[in-house]
Design a protein around this ligand. Structure first.
Ligand code: FDA
Length: 307
């Protein structure tokens, strides 16, 4: 990552917390956000998933929402996920779900957060669906891992979490969780983290990402490699081919609206590919992180502001 790009990302992730910027972005960014957000509604999102499934692309649906301030909001999100699970079962789309622990109340009251997540995982198990607990910033890393471990110990094994390659602790976490047969999604990491806990250079993050992929695949853990980066995609394909790891022993994941042609191509090549499909009205923080990753997207917003 160049110094310019690093500065851009840091600045954008900082101003994302600013209410004035939020208002501006909500006003002008809405049209552009449609590129990354499948729909405002569950029904609309399920239709988008159907279209993806027709191309051989699986999905994971994310009902957007994070940074809540009251526990009744968390209960509302839990109920939205229970409805989402019903919607998936009814429409028979090929999709599981992803959720944010803070959205379930983890930061306000860890036991309530756990109970809300448990209710979703339990219901998902009834219809054989998998729940992915997304990984947020480092204040939540250990608590998120603890919840997933606790659910596995209680026999709820249809749940996994995410390991961020930029964190220094991730190699150890991935090794331990793989030994416990907990399924992982591997990503670079999308939050602003200091040098005391995270690699700051792209090359180091990519090296660590590759190490994590090798480590989990070697343990025979069904792994989700979530990246749009050819340096990761090509490496994974080659690693699996060299080691004789079959194509159904792992999956690629990409975000809705990004590299859609590449997603369809991977499906045609016989790889398992899952698209992360966010929907709902609380799109601002998710959208801002996408902008922080790719400067080109910000210029699109700026152009919208002046037209
Ligand atoms: P990045 O966006 O950095 O792109 C690197 C390179 O990829 C580019 O320079 C280019 O070469 C290539 N590329 C990218 N887009 C391209 C395009 N459109 N066309 C051609 N080439 C392109 N983070 C987190 O902290 N917690 C989480 O739970 C998750 N969950 C998650 C799920 C899924 C399914 C994905 C894909 C990602 C996440 N993330 C995440 C986000 C993740 O941490 C990371 O911020 C983004 O994926 C961006 O990093 P990439 O590896 O995708 O490449």
């Amino acid at each position: 990552m160049s110094i310019g790009t690093k500065l851009y990302r840091k600045t954008l992730l900082t101003i994302a917390d600013n209410k004035f910027v939020e208002k501006l972005s909500v006003k002008y960014g809405q049209k552009l956000a449609e590129k990354f957000i499948a729909s405002d509604t569950l029904a609309g999102a399920l239709n988008k998933v159907k279209a993806l499934n027709r191309k051989g692309i699986m999905a994971t649906l994310d009902h957007l929402g994070e940074g809540i301030e009251r526990l009744d909001e968390a209960a509302g999100y839990r109920d939205a996920y229970l409805k989402l699970l019903d919607g998936i079962a009814r429409s028979r789309v090929d999709s599981n779900v992803s959720l944010k622990p803070s959205q379930m109340g983890l930061a306000l009251d860890p036991e309530t957060g756990y109970a809300n997540i448990r209710a979703i995982v339990e219901k998902a198990r009834e219809t054989n669906l998998f729940v992915r607990i997304d990984m947020e910033g480092t204040p939540f890393t250990q608590a998120t891992i603890d919840i997933v471990r606790r659910l596995h110990r209680e026999g709820l094994t249809n749940v996994g979490t995410v390991i961020q390659a930029y964190l220094l602790r991730s190699e150890q976490d991935a090794a331990e969780l793989s030994r416990e047969r907990i399924r992982l999604r591997l990503v670079k990491g999308a939050y602003k983290e200091p040098g005391t806990v995270a690699y700051q250079h792209t090359d180091e993050v990519i090296d660590n990402f590759r190490k994590l992929i090798g480590l989990t695949l070697d343990q025979g853990i069904y792994t989700a490699v979530a990246s749009h980066d050819d340096r990761i995609l090509t490496w994974t394909k080659n690693y699996a081919a060299q080691k004789g790891i079959p194509r159904d022993a792992f999956e690629f994941q990409m975000l809705y609206g990004l590299r859609m042609n590449e997603q369809a191509k991977l499906a045609r090549e016989g790889y398992r590919i899952r698209c992360y499909v966010p929907y709902g009205s609380m799109w601002y923080p998710y959208y801002t992180r996408r902008l922080a990753e790719k400067p080109a997207n910000l210029w699109l917003v700026v152009r919208h502001m002046f037209h």
